[in-house]
Write a new protein. Structure first.
Length: 95
């Protein structure tokens, strides 16, 4: 998690597990982008979260990865729920 003047970002447990399985360079890119999102003086952090239909959260695109995310305006935190490679991010389960 990181902190700016107001906004922060945080991983939920599934995102933490996915993050820990990534290459260090990819981890650094994700952290750098999330830091940029919460410190951008020209855009509000929720503007970075693209809406998705059929799920309760949106997404943030970082390179080839998709982060399931939501921006909580009350707490001023960008919550990351999951991290997936784009090739598998939009597939339905095989249930």
């Amino acid at each position: 998690m990181t902190r700016s003047d107001d906004w922060t970002w945080e991983f939920r447990p599934p995102a933490t597990r996915a993050f820990e399985g990534l290459d260090t360079a990819i981890q650094q890119r994700i952290v750098s982008k999330l830091d940029d999102i919460v410190t951008d003086e020209w855009r509000d952090p929720p503007e970075y979260v693209e809406p998705l239909s059929g799920v309760p959260h949106g997404k943030i695109r970082i390179g080839d990865f998709r982060l399931g995310a939501d921006a909580d305006r009350d707490r001023e935190v960008v919550v990351i729920y999951d991290i997936e490679h784009r090739s598998g991010a939009y597939r339905l389960g095989d249930d």
